[in-house]
Design a protein around this ligand. Structure first.
Ligand code: HEC
Ligand code: HEC
Length: 482
């Protein structure tokens, strides 16, 4: 399978970026230093892609570093193991932060008239019963995949759940208690060294190690997404997991800051000072509640530190130094700007946290794994993304009823509760790894934030955070540099 992308060559002293790029992302700058930010036709399936090969994204380039030395694109991750033409790579693309973007999906739709293997009715269409007989029918049938890059995960209300499904409002007329339609973003299959919970709802956490859970997940994905009648072999699963675990991905160059590993920083996937690929990590590192159980140290909100050195190493006042200083300030906003969280199920109602009605927090209270940003313990939280109040017309809406109290709640995705059957788990999802963000918009489990700006706007409205204009733009500079 080949993907191509063409846009205008970025020249050293002037830059014409394709109109849709600059219009939708306000990109007026130009990357220098030979980044293949535009111009080349990229063949996404590249048998031996070199480490740190740069792929264009909305604000620069991202790259992947593999401990194998090259990104070998021939193993089982890149093979059709099921019956519908799909491979893991179909939904986890290297140039889209190992997820998929609406732009990437739309390009495949246009190139194949909606027949590329990603366009399959088992989980690509809004409903498995959708009409896909004509081009226009396919455009409508795959509208969620095309607009938000979301896949339809079908899960039932578990037996013995503490709740039942009272009503369903599914615009695609399919969902029922036997199979709710949950529109979710493919999580990146990179930086998995930092994981402690597999899938948005942790449903692949069936064994005690992440390795075992990933092996199990590789089989589930083959049987599910790739519609395989048979389980994959142990060797295939091993090959997939070894491949995934060897990869580290982050933003590499920024349109304004240029090289993110410059001036001694630890930005980028792999730098001379090797930060991300060798960053120490383990389950429970820097835990908010108990501190770090290995070191005994209290929680340190200074979770991201890769740009710390720029406080002293930057000389000059050129454009790129100015942009780098903004990224450093944004890192500090992420680490230290305080606000109050309340009503977060999984924290404010959690006995282990002392059930605090309110908690003074930073972004790093939940994004606490050093330089990766996921939650360092499996702690599914409901920050409100799936709340009925935030439902958009393209999403199904479920009214769940508590079988004991008869209380009801409306949600677009019960999240963790469909795994445990517990009422308190409704709407809870994991805090994901935050690296490589710029390459893989939109954000949150349902792709409801089209841009990083929209993700920050969510936090402002949900937690009443008041950023100064400078703090806000610095924070956005930082997030796009991850
Ligand atoms: C049709 C698209 C599709 C295909 C094909 C696919 N995935 Fe995924 N993948 C997803 C989606 C969607 C999620 C998130 C689902 C959820 O959390 O409920 C996901 C999640 C994952 C995760 C979890 C990462 C994390 O942070 O928890 C891993 C690992 C993964 N996929 C690996 C694979 C592998 C290995 C294959 C091939 C055997 C594969 N995927 C094939 C769509 C796909
Ligand atoms: C109370 C815990 C908590 C706090 C505080 C928090 N987050 Fe999150 N964050 C989460 C959870 C949980 C998710 C996943 C939610 C979902 O998709 O349902 C998430 C997701 C995200 C994502 C989307 C990542 C992706 O892959 O889609 C971004 C970006 C993000 N957070 C940035 C921030 C920023 C910036 C702040 C501070 C302003 C912040 N977070 C504060 C818990 C938190």
């Amino acid at each position: 399978m080949y993907m191509s992308r063409t846009s205008t060559k970025c020249l050293r002293f002037g830059c014409v970026i394709s109109l849709s790029f600059s219009a939708s992302f306000g990109w007026t700058g130009c990357l220098v230093d030979g980044a293949d930010v535009a111009g080349e036709t990229v063949q996404a399936l590249n048998p031996t892609d070199s480490n740190n090969h740069q792929y264009a994204d909305t604000t620069g380039t991202s790259s992947t570093f593999s401990t194998a030395g090259v990104i070998v694109q021939t193993g089982p991750f890149f093979q059709v193991l099921g019956s519908n033409g799909r491979m893991c790579f179909t939904c986890h693309q290297i140039d889209q932060g190992w997820s998929i973007t609406p732009a990437g999906v739309q390009a495949r739709f246009d190139a194949s008239s909606g027949t590329d293997p990603i366009f399959r009715t088992n989980d690509g269409t809004n409903s498995p019963n959708a009409d896909v007989s004509t081009l226009e029918a396919r455009r409508a049938a795959y509208s969620m995949l095309l607009s938000k890059g979301v896949i339809r995960i079908g899960l039932p209300i578990p037996a013995n759940a503490e709740f039942g499904l009272q009503t369903v409002s599914d615009p695609y007329e399919f969902a029922s208690a036997a199979q709710l339609s949950l529109f979710r973003r493919p999580l990146p299959t990179t930086n998995l060294r930092f994981l402690n919970t597999v899938m948005w709802d942790g449903r692949e956490n069936t064994a005690s190690t992440v390795d075992a859970n990933l092996l199990h997940q590789a089989n589930s994905a083959t049987v599910g997404h790739a519609a395989s009648a048979a389980a994959i072999t142990a060797d295939q699963a091993r090959g997939i997991v070894d491949f995934e675990m060897g990869n580290t991905t982050s933003q590499h160059k920024d349109v304004d800051s240029k090289d993110l590993a410059a001036s001694g920083s630890n930005g980028g996937a792999e730098t001379p000072s090797v930060m991300l690929s060798t960053q120490l990590t383990y389950l429970g590192i820097n835990d908010v509640l108990l501190g770090d159980y290995k070191t005994g140290n209290a929680f340190d909100p200074h979770v991201f530190s890769m740009y710390d050195i720029w406080a002293t190493s930057l000389t000059g006042t050129g454009d790129k130094e100015t942009a780098r200083r903004a990224m450093l300030r944004g890192q500090n906003v992420f680490n230290s700007k305080t606000f109050t969280i309340s009503g977060v199920s999984g924290i404010n109602d959690e006995a282990a946290f002392g059930s605090p009605a309110t908690l003074v927090a930073t972004c790093t209270t939940c994004h606490d794994t050093p330089n990766a940003g996921n939650h360092s313990v499996p702690a599914p939280l409901n920050i409100g993304i799936a709340d009925g109040s935030r439902r958009t017309a393209d999403m199904p809406l479920y009214t769940l009823v508590n079988l004991t109290t008869r209380a009801t709640v409306q949600t677009t995705d019960p999240g963790r509760a469909l795994v445990t059957g517990k009422w308190k788990d409704i709407g809870r999802f994991k805090g994901p790894i935050l690296r490589g963000l710029a390459a893989r918009a939109p954000y949150f489990h349902n792709g409801s934030a089209a841009t990083l700006d929209a993700a920050v706007a969510f936090y402002e409205s949900r937690f009443g955070i008041v950023f100064t204009a400078q703090e806000r733009s610095d924070l956005l500079m930082f997030l796009r540099s991850l």
